[in-house]
Design a binder for this molecule. Structure first.
Ligand code: GLN
Length: 378
């Protein structure tokens, strides 16, 4: 068949989850929580269906949910989004990202991605006819702003930023956002800001949303989702916040690609967001898991890299093996019984740094089983 993305294989998350299932490995590869959602949130979906919220909602999303999103963003980040003009409910973060890109870039444009970059960015840019330009982070996974500047050409049209960062677990600082704001203004760039881990930031650090920076907000599509925050990644409900002109362009595409998103779930999340800060406690919950997981991994030859946010812990395995990271991740899955994600797949020119990522959004017994296997096997 005439195909788009002819050189693109199956996403690493699907590959590693299948391998984990086949070999009975503990799946710390693909990132998804092992916990059930708050029963009140689950009940709210049933209630919304029983109340008759089963037909198409408005194309832009259920008004109560857009209002709840605006209240949250404006309270947390001091922004001034408008629920009617600036918020569109999406089928998760991935759709928000690809639709935002299609709204702002086209044939021949260049889009800068900071590598390691989440694996949907590159194909999303290519599908928009544009060219992804990978800019590697520093060796300790900070954004290399000099390298970003050096990568800008007259064709650069947009930049994707992701904080808290998947897969490294790094969190951008206000200095990073100020740099981004300067660069975006100077070169007149659009910004797609992937903030799906916004409520998982550790050690008291703030989440530096583009929404906090007025000049940046003016040129940004802020993408987030509820799946990670409320342990419901399969619901695929998220949102894009962007100023009116950007949202209008976004909605022109959204209406003919997705049209709108599952109605009862939107009502349920809107009702749930009416509770005081229902994401409160999530950072502490994951920080405690991070600390226990790191303590257990410290008893293995794996070297721990910093984890400042997200539910991912990246490790350096070079004291254990010389294998390339994809082979190491497969070996770990089939021979040790713990699945992980190799980081080289998140680069255009694969970088072998000897790093793999574990997801620690798992029950304590699951993490204990995984770390026992790693302690015994490595
Ligand atoms: N975001 C998840 C991760 O990074 C994976 C989602 C997916 O499988 N597409 O692990």
């Amino acid at each position: 068949l005439p195909t788009k993305l002819p050189n693109t294989g199956t996403t690493i998350f699907t590959v590693m989850s299948a391998l984990a299932a086949e070999h009975g490995a503990v799946n710390l590869g693909q990132g998804f929580p092992e916990f059930s959602a708050d029963p009140a949130l689950l009940q709210a979906v049933t209630d919304a269906m029983a109340a008759g919220h089963n037909q198409y909602p408005p194309m832009t999303g259920v008004p109560a949910l857009r209002q709840a999103v605006v209240a949250k963003l404006n309270d947390l980040y001091g922004s001034a989004y408008d629920a009617d003009r600036d918020i569109t409910i999406t089928a998760g973060g991935t759709q928000g990202i690809i639709t935002a890109l299609h709204a702002c870039v086209g044939a021949g444009d260049e889009v800068i991605i900071i590598e390691p970059a989440y694996d949907s960015y590159d194909p999303a840019i290519r599908l928009a006819g544009a060219v992804p330009i990978g800019v590697p982070m520093t060796l300790d996974y900070r954004i290399d702003w000099d390298a970003v500047r050096a990568a800008i050409t007259p064709r650069t049209r947009a930049l994707i930023i992701n904080t808290p960062h998947n897969p490294s677990g790094r969190v951008a600082t206000s200095g990073d956002l100020l740099e981004l704001e300067r660069i975006a203004e100077q070169h007149d760039l659009f910004v797609v800001s992937d903030e799906v881990y916004e409520h998982m930031v550790f050690d008291g650090a703030p989440h530096e949303s583009v929404a906090r920076y007025p000049a940046l907000r003016e040129r940004s599509f802020l993408v987030s989702s509820f799946g990670k925050t409320f342990h419901v990644t399969g619901w695929k409900v998220g949102f894009v916040a962007a100023p009116a002109a950007l949202s209008a362009a976004f909605r022109r595409l959204h209406q003919y690609t997705v049209f709108t998103v599952h109605t009862p779930t939107q009502h349920a999340i809107a009702a749930y967001l009416a509770n005081p800060a229902p994401w409160q406690g999530l950072s502490d919950f994951y920080q405690a898991k991070r600390d226990r997981f790191r303590a257990a991994l410290a008893a293995t030859p794996l070297k721990l890299l910093p984890c400042e946010g997200t539910y991912f812990q990246t490790v350096d395995y070079r004291a254990v093996s010389d294998l390339p990271d994809l082979d190491f991740a497969k070996w770990l899955t089939t021979e040790i019984g713990v699945a992980a994600i190799p980081l080289s797949v998140f680069y255009q020119r694969p970088q072998e740094r000897g790093h793999v990522r574990f997801c620690f959004a798992k029950r304590e017994e699951t993490l204990a089983l995984a770390t026992q296997r790693l302690q015994k096997g490595l």
